[in-house]
Write a protein that binds this ligand. Structure first.
Ligand code: HEM
Ligand code: SF4
Ligand code: SF4
Length: 531
């Protein structure tokens, strides 16, 4: 059931995102950078909030007038700021809901990846509480309705000795102190929210917290346009002697408020409790199987730190050496953070299939799928490819090639394949062309696998694909799991090119794939020995 829901949702996202990216490019796709947009909206809300505070009178008697003053008398700056504050807050809710659905659809929340999902739950509560306390401060009729319903909801819980709703039903009983508490909450809650947002991304490396500049400018322009077109306004002053009556609701923050009247307070709390429980438990629902974490083999680790730099989940750190090898540091994996993507295997300078040892070892390896097994698989598939135009596909399990039959070697993440493996395939005459196939560029299942692979092939990131590898015989294809037809089409086009090129020239199988590796202040040969 959950699986079906995930697939349907993912299909929905793909349906929007892939054509959008083909038209406007991945940089402008807001759906692939929702987290970054969340931070962006947060900063807009913070800056505009500080600006509004200059004009806002925090006393209950003057709060409403001060908001009216800034909205009308100073509409061209403070009024615009108010609208930006309101609309960026609304967009943050939109971002939060779509981000939650997308992370669910792309299955980024289970097992070892539980942390970001789980910390999302307090974010939901804090964002809503921050928004709701904001509505109190305007102290208009909507504020009266929100204050009254919120207090009735709180009174339902056995927290407060005296019912706080009574404060709002008769003139004069709402004290300024209570209002000041709300002002304080509206500042404290967003600060706490920022703290949890920071915690939310602690377990992933290089999180995207800033949207690309073009997207940020577009968002800002759109916000300004809406702020000028439909300025945020108040809904008349509070009259505590009367019920607030008909008012316009903010459906982003207050959808549950009318339900409190229709369902009753208990049902609203019940709904919130069940929703929170489901979100909190989701990472631990079956299936429970989990691949073993990466392991470091000190005999082949020189502490170069490439694996730590490439790991997308902050699972590797460098620690002081524990053996007598002449290097200051060694890699150490934290198994509770490792998702067994294998990206570190692809980045380790010791991961070279050219080594002629029977038991191929490397500095860091996956116990469930060792580099040695990967090489064996490549040899097995490569030697069985039909001539002419042999193409070997190195593909991850999450992209459009996942279901391709024939000539495919599967890896957990495409960046697990060291570039020297591509060199190996062509030098050993195992194929005439190599396809590296992964997820869609902006939706890499392991976050950074596509980016690292592209950078390695382009010679921008260690370990490089050597210059001697004929680039016309290597093709990268980035497609999502729902784009297998596009993968097949691109594969066919590449196959036609390879047929034109003819067989690859044989190279010496003994040629080393990587030269000496330069590490700060020392030159090392592959395998971690001093040259
Ligand atoms: C204000 C609200 C939020 C902000 C600003 C935010 C921000 C972010 C950012 C910046 C990332 C990293 C994206 C990347 O570079 O890969 C991220 C990832 C993620 N977020 Fe959020 N988030 C928010 C709310 C939530 C919520 C409510 C949930 C779910 C309950 C959630 C679940 C996740 C998950 C599962 C990931 C992916 C972690 C992984 O790839 O292992 N987030 N978020
Ligand atoms: S397999 Fe390697 S790169 Fe992937 S999470 Fe584990 S330690 Fe990090
Ligand atoms: S040698 Fe390999 S395992 Fe050791 S730090 Fe470098 S990349 Fe990591």
């Amino acid at each position: 059931m959950i699986r079906l829901l995930r697939t349907l949702l993912r299909y929905g996202f793909e349906l929007i995102e892939r054509p959008f990216e083909r038209l406007f490019g991945a940089e402008l796709n807001p759906l692939s950078q929702l987290g970054a947009l969340g931070f962006f909206f947060y900063w807009i809300i913070a800056v505009t909030g500080i600006y509004l505070f200059i004009f806002f009178d925090t006393g209950i008697e003057r709060a409403y007038e001060s908001v009216e003053y800034l909205t009308y008398d100073h509409w061209y700056h403070a009024g615009v700021m108010r609208s930006l504050h309101r609309y960026a807050s609304d967009l943050m809710v939109v971002m939060l809901i779509v981000h939650l659905l997308r992370e669910f659809a792309y299955d980024h929340y289970r097992g070892v990846r539980w942390y970001s999902w789980f910390t999302g739950l307090p974010i939901i509560w804090l964002l809503y509480s921050s928004g709701i306390t904001g509505y109190w401060l305007v102290w208009d009729r909507l504020a009266q309705y929100v204050a009254l319903t919120s207090s009735e909801l709180l009174d339902y819980l056995p927290i407060f000795g005296e019912p706080i709703a009574r404060n709002f039903v008769a003139t004069g009983t709402l004290t300024s102190r209570f209002f000041t508490l709300m002002v304080f909450m509206h500042i404290a809650l967003p600060l706490f929210l920022l703290f949890i947002m920071w915690m939310h991304i602690l377990r992933i490396s290089r999180p995207k917290v800033n949207p690309p500049r073009r997207l940020a400018i577009l968002m800002l322009v759109a916000l300004f346009a809406v702020a000028l077109w439909r300025p945020a306004l108040s809904q008349g002053p509070v009259d505590l002697a009367r019920a607030p009556g008909a008012i316009g609701l903010d459906w982003f923050y207050l959808p549950l408020y009318p339900l409190a009247d229709i369902w009753g307070k208990g049902s609203v709390w019940g709904f919130l409790g069940v929703f929170s429980l489901i979100i909190a438990l989701m990472p631990w629902l079956p299936p429970f199987w989990r691949a073993k974490a990466a392991e470091v083999d000190l005999a082949h680790c020189n502490g170069c730190a490439r694996c730590a730099e490439d790991c997308p989940y902050e699972a590797i750190r460098l620690v002081p050496r524990t053996d007598d090898a002449p290097f200051p540091t060694q890699a150490q994996v934290n198994p509770s953070l490792c998702v067994s993507c294998g990206i570190c295997v692809g980045s380790c300078p010791s991961s070279t299939p050219f080594r002629r040892t029977e038991d191929l070892k490397t500095g860091i390896d996956l116990p469930d799928y060792r580099l040695k097994e990967l090489r064996e698989r490549v040899l097995e598939i490569g030697t069985g490819l039909p001539r002419p135009g042999r193409i070997l596909i190195l593909a991850c399990d999450h992209g459009g090639a996942a279901r391709h039959v024939g000539g495919r070697v599967s890896v957990p993440c495409v960046a697990m394949t060291p570039p020297s493996l591509v060199d190996y395939v062509l030098s050993k005459d195992l194929a005439d062309g190599v396809v590296i196939a992964g997820c869609a560029e902006s939706a890499c299942y392991h976050r950074l696998g596509v980016a690292w692979t592209k950078a390695r092939v382009a010679g921008q990131r260690d370990p490089y694909l050597r210059a001697r590898v004929p680039r016309e015989r290597v093709r990268m294809i980035w497609t999502s799991s729902l784009e297998s037809h596009r993968f097949e089409a691109e594969l066919a086009a590449f196959a036609a090119e390879i047929a034109q090129l003819g067989p690859a020239k044989l190279r010496s199988p003994l040629a080393p794939s990587v030269g000496p590796i330069k590490v700060a202040k020392q030159t090392l040969a592959v395998g971690g020995r001093k040259s």
